[in-house]
Design a protein. Structure first.
Length: 201
Protein backbone atom coordinates (compact mmCIF):
# COMPACT_ATOMS: atom_id res chain seq x y z
CA UNK A 1 0.00 0.00 0.00
CA UNK A 2 1.34 3.42 -0.94
CA UNK A 3 2.21 5.57 2.10
CA UNK A 4 -0.36 8.32 2.76
CA UNK A 5 0.95 11.74 1.66
CA UNK A 6 2.35 14.10 4.29
CA UNK A 7 -0.08 16.99 4.87
CA UNK A 8 2.13 19.56 3.24
CA UNK A 9 3.00 17.39 0.23
CA UNK A 10 -0.51 17.64 -1.10
CA UNK A 11 -2.23 20.96 -1.84
CA UNK A 12 -5.74 19.76 -1.00
CA UNK A 13 -4.70 17.98 2.19
CA UNK A 14 -2.62 20.98 3.25
CA UNK A 15 -5.64 23.23 2.72
CA UNK A 16 -7.76 21.01 4.99
CA UNK A 17 -5.03 20.90 7.64
CA UNK A 18 -4.69 24.70 7.59
CA UNK A 19 -8.43 25.32 7.93
CA UNK A 20 -8.64 22.80 10.76
CA UNK A 21 -5.84 24.69 12.54
CA UNK A 22 -7.72 27.96 12.00
CA UNK A 23 -10.91 26.41 13.39
CA UNK A 24 -9.03 25.21 16.47
CA UNK A 25 -7.49 28.67 16.79
CA UNK A 26 -10.88 30.36 16.79
CA UNK A 27 -12.23 27.93 19.39
CA UNK A 28 -9.30 27.57 21.80
CA UNK A 29 -7.43 30.37 23.60
CA UNK A 30 -4.48 28.02 24.20
CA UNK A 31 -4.03 27.51 20.46
CA UNK A 32 -1.39 29.79 18.90
CA UNK A 33 -3.75 30.62 16.04
CA UNK A 34 -6.15 32.21 18.56
CA UNK A 35 -3.83 35.26 18.48
CA UNK A 36 -3.20 36.81 15.10
CA UNK A 37 -1.67 39.97 13.68
CA UNK A 38 -4.07 42.19 11.81
CA UNK A 39 -2.25 44.47 9.39
CA UNK A 40 -3.64 47.34 7.34
CA UNK A 41 -2.50 50.61 5.80
CA UNK A 42 -3.13 53.86 7.65
CA UNK A 43 -2.22 56.21 4.83
CA UNK A 44 1.25 54.97 3.83
CA UNK A 45 1.98 53.43 7.24
CA UNK A 46 1.52 49.67 7.69
CA UNK A 47 -0.10 49.10 11.10
CA UNK A 48 0.23 45.65 12.73
CA UNK A 49 -2.08 44.88 15.67
CA UNK A 50 -2.43 41.74 17.78
CA UNK A 51 -6.04 40.57 17.82
CA UNK A 52 -8.08 37.57 18.95
CA UNK A 53 -9.51 35.32 16.24
CA UNK A 54 -13.16 35.07 17.34
CA UNK A 55 -14.71 32.95 14.63
CA UNK A 56 -14.17 31.57 11.15
CA UNK A 57 -16.49 30.44 8.38
CA UNK A 58 -14.56 28.16 6.05
CA UNK A 59 -17.14 28.02 3.28
CA UNK A 60 -17.47 31.82 3.22
CA UNK A 61 -13.67 32.24 3.77
CA UNK A 62 -14.55 34.72 6.51
CA UNK A 63 -12.70 35.64 9.69
CA UNK A 64 -14.29 37.44 12.64
CA UNK A 65 -12.48 39.86 14.95
CA UNK A 66 -13.94 42.14 17.63
CA UNK A 67 -12.86 45.69 18.32
CA UNK A 68 -13.74 48.95 20.01
CA UNK A 69 -15.46 51.61 17.90
CA UNK A 70 -13.13 54.21 19.43
CA UNK A 71 -9.91 52.47 18.29
CA UNK A 72 -7.92 53.92 15.42
CA UNK A 73 -8.43 50.79 13.35
CA UNK A 74 -12.21 51.10 13.57
CA UNK A 75 -11.93 54.56 11.99
CA UNK A 76 -9.35 53.65 9.34
CA UNK A 77 -10.39 50.16 8.21
CA UNK A 78 -13.63 51.23 6.49
CA UNK A 79 -11.48 53.50 4.31
CA UNK A 80 -8.49 51.13 3.96
CA UNK A 81 -10.91 48.34 2.92
CA UNK A 82 -8.12 45.74 2.73
CA UNK A 83 -6.25 43.96 5.50
CA UNK A 84 -4.38 40.79 6.34
CA UNK A 85 -4.34 38.41 9.27
CA UNK A 86 -1.13 36.51 10.05
CA UNK A 87 -0.93 33.44 12.25
CA UNK A 88 2.13 31.58 13.52
CA UNK A 89 2.27 28.24 15.33
CA UNK A 90 5.83 27.87 16.71
CA UNK A 91 5.63 24.15 17.56
CA UNK A 92 4.56 23.27 14.01
CA UNK A 93 6.59 26.12 12.47
CA UNK A 94 3.52 26.95 10.44
CA UNK A 95 2.78 30.44 9.17
CA UNK A 96 -0.58 31.28 7.61
CA UNK A 97 -1.58 34.64 6.19
CA UNK A 98 -4.95 35.57 4.78
CA UNK A 99 -5.44 38.71 2.73
CA UNK A 100 -8.77 40.20 1.88
CA UNK A 101 -11.46 42.79 2.25
CA UNK A 102 -12.60 44.04 5.64
CA UNK A 103 -15.95 45.30 6.77
CA UNK A 104 -17.15 46.61 10.11
CA UNK A 105 -20.67 45.31 10.64
CA UNK A 106 -23.65 47.50 11.43
CA UNK A 107 -23.49 47.85 15.24
CA UNK A 108 -27.27 47.59 15.44
CA UNK A 109 -27.46 44.58 13.11
CA UNK A 110 -28.40 41.06 14.18
CA UNK A 111 -24.86 39.69 13.66
CA UNK A 112 -23.28 42.23 16.03
CA UNK A 113 -26.02 41.57 18.58
CA UNK A 114 -25.47 37.79 18.32
CA UNK A 115 -21.69 38.19 18.74
CA UNK A 116 -22.24 40.45 21.78
CA UNK A 117 -24.63 37.98 23.38
CA UNK A 118 -21.98 35.22 23.16
CA UNK A 119 -19.34 37.24 25.09
CA UNK A 120 -18.61 36.65 28.75
CA UNK A 121 -19.19 39.52 31.16
CA UNK A 122 -15.44 40.02 31.63
CA UNK A 123 -14.96 40.37 27.87
CA UNK A 124 -17.90 42.80 27.67
CA UNK A 125 -16.21 44.87 30.40
CA UNK A 126 -13.26 45.56 28.05
CA UNK A 127 -15.53 47.84 26.00
CA UNK A 128 -16.75 49.81 29.04
CA UNK A 129 -13.62 51.96 29.51
CA UNK A 130 -14.55 55.57 30.06
CA UNK A 131 -11.29 56.85 28.61
CA UNK A 132 -11.13 56.27 24.86
CA UNK A 133 -8.38 53.86 23.73
CA UNK A 134 -5.48 55.89 22.30
CA UNK A 135 -6.01 58.86 24.66
CA UNK A 136 -2.70 60.27 25.99
CA UNK A 137 -2.30 59.78 29.76
CA UNK A 138 -0.06 61.87 32.01
CA UNK A 139 0.70 58.79 34.10
CA UNK A 140 -0.19 55.07 34.11
CA UNK A 141 -3.84 54.69 34.99
CA UNK A 142 -6.21 51.73 35.25
CA UNK A 143 -8.83 52.56 32.69
CA UNK A 144 -10.66 49.20 32.75
CA UNK A 145 -13.93 48.80 34.63
CA UNK A 146 -13.75 45.78 36.97
CA UNK A 147 -16.40 43.14 36.18
CA UNK A 148 -17.72 43.23 39.75
CA UNK A 149 -18.28 47.00 39.47
CA UNK A 150 -20.10 46.87 36.10
CA UNK A 151 -23.35 48.83 36.19
CA UNK A 152 -26.19 48.68 33.67
CA UNK A 153 -24.95 52.02 32.34
CA UNK A 154 -21.40 50.62 31.90
CA UNK A 155 -22.83 47.66 30.01
CA UNK A 156 -24.88 49.77 27.66
CA UNK A 157 -21.84 52.00 26.98
CA UNK A 158 -19.78 48.85 26.35
CA UNK A 159 -22.38 47.55 23.91
CA UNK A 160 -22.35 50.88 22.06
CA UNK A 161 -18.54 50.65 21.71
CA UNK A 162 -18.55 47.05 20.51
CA UNK A 163 -17.81 46.34 16.84
CA UNK A 164 -17.55 43.16 14.78
CA UNK A 165 -15.06 43.13 11.96
CA UNK A 166 -15.19 40.61 9.11
CA UNK A 167 -12.28 39.84 6.84
CA UNK A 168 -13.31 38.11 3.64
CA UNK A 169 -10.22 36.27 2.40
CA UNK A 170 -9.31 36.57 -1.27
CA UNK A 171 -6.05 34.69 -0.76
CA UNK A 172 -4.44 32.39 1.77
CA UNK A 173 -0.70 31.82 1.92
CA UNK A 174 1.03 29.21 4.07
CA UNK A 175 4.61 28.28 4.88
CA UNK A 176 5.53 25.10 6.74
CA UNK A 177 9.12 24.73 7.97
CA UNK A 178 8.54 21.51 9.93
CA UNK A 179 10.51 18.91 7.96
CA UNK A 180 10.54 19.67 4.26
CA UNK A 181 9.94 23.35 3.62
CA UNK A 182 6.67 23.86 1.81
CA UNK A 183 5.02 27.07 0.68
CA UNK A 184 1.53 27.22 -0.78
CA UNK A 185 -0.86 29.78 -2.11
CA UNK A 186 -4.65 29.51 -2.45
CA UNK A 187 -6.56 32.13 -4.41
CA UNK A 188 -10.27 32.31 -3.62
CA UNK A 189 -11.43 34.02 -6.78
CA UNK A 190 -14.93 33.82 -8.11
CA UNK A 191 -16.29 30.30 -8.66
CA UNK A 192 -14.25 28.55 -11.32
CA UNK A 193 -11.28 30.86 -10.81
CA UNK A 194 -9.96 29.26 -7.64
CA UNK A 195 -6.31 28.36 -7.76
CA UNK A 196 -3.89 26.46 -5.57
CA UNK A 197 -0.17 26.47 -6.25
CA UNK A 198 3.22 25.67 -4.81
CA UNK A 199 5.67 28.53 -4.35
CA UNK A 200 9.39 28.27 -3.66
CA UNK A 201 9.82 28.78 0.09
C1 LIG B 1 -2.95 39.56 23.38
C2 LIG B 1 -3.66 40.73 22.76
C3 LIG B 1 -4.91 40.57 22.21
C4 LIG B 1 -5.61 41.64 21.64
N1 LIG B 1 -6.83 41.44 21.08
C5 LIG B 1 -7.46 42.48 20.50
C6 LIG B 1 -8.70 42.28 19.81
O1 LIG B 1 -9.22 41.16 19.71
N2 LIG B 1 -9.30 43.36 19.25
C7 LIG B 1 -8.73 44.61 19.33
O2 LIG B 1 -9.33 45.55 18.80
N3 LIG B 1 -7.58 44.83 19.97
C8 LIG B 1 -6.91 43.79 20.54
N4 LIG B 1 -5.71 43.99 21.16
C9 LIG B 1 -5.17 45.37 21.23
C10 LIG B 1 -4.65 45.81 19.88
O3 LIG B 1 -3.47 45.12 19.54
C11 LIG B 1 -4.38 47.31 19.84
O4 LIG B 1 -3.33 47.64 20.73
C12 LIG B 1 -5.61 48.12 20.24
O5 LIG B 1 -6.75 47.57 19.64
C13 LIG B 1 -5.49 49.60 19.85
O6 LIG B 1 -5.47 49.68 18.47
P1 LIG B 1 -5.69 51.00 17.62
O7 LIG B 1 -4.31 51.43 17.18
O8 LIG B 1 -6.53 50.57 16.47
O9 LIG B 1 -6.39 52.03 18.46
C14 LIG B 1 -5.01 42.93 21.68
C15 LIG B 1 -3.74 43.09 22.21
C16 LIG B 1 -3.07 42.02 22.73
C17 LIG B 1 -1.68 42.23 23.30
Amino acid sequence: MAPSPKPFDDLKLAHDVIWNELREGAAKPRNAFHWATLCYLDGFTPVPRTIVLRDIDRSAKRFEVHTDARSRKAAVLPRAKHASLSFYEPKKMLQVTVLGRVEILDPRGADTEAAWSRLTLSTKAIYANRIDPGTALLEPENTTVAVDDLTAEDLSRARANFRVLHLQADRLEALSLDGNHRRMIYDYGLAGQRRAAWIAP
